[in-house]
Design a binder for this molecule. Structure first.
Ligand SMILES: Cc1cc2nc3c(=O)[nH]c(=O)nc-3n(C[C@H](O)[C@H](O)[C@H](O)COP(=O)(O)O)c2cc1C
Length: 309
């Protein structure tokens, strides 16, 4: 059975994965960088791992509580807490270089120039196979998130593209009027692939205490509750872009992943479902293999975008 996929066909080096199951940014291991995985965890069974979004300087993150479980998902407002790019390159990347799986670093800045600086800083670092540009963070100069304005998302993509030799994946936010417009702009600016989608803005309130579930009041909804939103985004964007799409949002089983492939995704990421339960990645992969076997499908490419309408 052939599960291999090239997520950057228009990049000279490509970005080849042995299978299409990836981790999602911020959810891999206890710290988002793969800490505390069980001894002997088979990293080589993953297609790729995406590390937590890293910013130019360390960030404390938002007030507690940062994560709340809901009946069909999670709310989080981590606030991009991370140790900063220098610490990540010095302390974490050397280990990744020895891992039997491609590592993708998620980056975010508060200004367009900061994205470019991050990409420049990463250049030449062993152990990083690609960048995932997280445009779902506020632009301090303009207020809105970078990914909420097509021209700004495109500018970030272009500036990163200018200074990196790595494949550039851009991860889009669903909190926009028309995600298709942003996807088009980012593709035209040089993105090698798109990750769809980041969390959906949401909130929850405890009516007894009258307090919000999340310290920051507003958070990002993830998990099964958001899967239909993510699938619709993948489906709509896949119709208009040529670059590969990585689907993410509410994937818990192989069947969930199959839905994303049928909608047009070439790979999937598993986020909240794997928080504290890394076996979920392996179960999703096993479920995909099982589904392909039962349908007599030999190559994943036969399923991508094969939705019957
Ligand atoms: C605890 C937590 C932390 C996250 N941190 C990041 C992050 O650093 N960067 C990012 O692009 N997305 C981040 N996300 C969003 C996920 O990568 C993913 O896009 C989203 O949760 C939807 O997938 P899921 O339903 O499988 O969780 C985070 C999500 C959670 C739940």
């Amino acid at each position: 059975m052939d599960l291999a996929v090239n997520l950057a066909p228009r990049h000279p080096k490509g970005l080849w994965l042995t299978n299409s199951v990836m981790t999602s940014a911020g959810t891999f291991g206890a710290d988002g960088y793969g800490a505390g995985l069980p001894e002997g965890f088979p990293l080589n069974d993953l297609g790729a791992v995406v590390m937590k979004t890293t910013t130019p300087h360390s960030r404390q993150g938002n007030p507690e509580p940062q994560l709340a479980q809901l009946p069909a998902g999670w709310l989080n407002s981590i606030g991009l807490a991370n140790p900063g790019i220098e610490a990540v390159i010095r302390e974490k990347a050397p280990l990744w270089a020895s891992w039997p799986v491609p590592v993708i670093l998620s980056i975010a800045g508060e200004r367009v120039e900061e994205f470019q600086e991050l990409a420049r800083r990463v250049e030449g670092t062993l152990g990083i196979a690609a960048l995932e540009v997280n445009v779902s963070c506020p632009n301090v100069e303009g207020g809105l998130e970078f990914g909420q304005r097509p021209e700004l998302a495109a500018e970030v993509t272009h500036r990163v593209r200018q200074v990196t030799s790595l494949p550039v994946i851009v991860k889009l936010t669903p909190n926009v009027t028309d995600i298709v417009e942003v996807a088009r702009a980012v593709e035209a600016a040089g993105a090698d692939a798109l990750t769809l989608i980041n969390t959906v803005v949401g909130m929850g309130i405890d009516p007894t205490t009258r307090r919000p579930f999340i310290g920051n009041v507003l958070g990002g909804l993830s998990g099964p509750a958001m899967k239909p939103v993510a699938l619709a985004a993948v489906y709509r964007v896949a119709k208009v872009v040529r670059v590969p799409i990585i689907g993410v949002g509410g994937i818990v089983t192989g069947a969930d992943a199959m839905e994303f492939f049928l909608a047009g995704a070439s790979a999937v990421q598993v986020g909240s479902a794997a928080l504290g339960r890394p076996q979920v990645y392996l179960r999703v992969l096993a479920g995909i293999v099982e589904a392909m076997e039962s349908q007599g499908v030999q190559e994943l490419s036969q399923i991508i975008g094969a939705l019957q309408t």
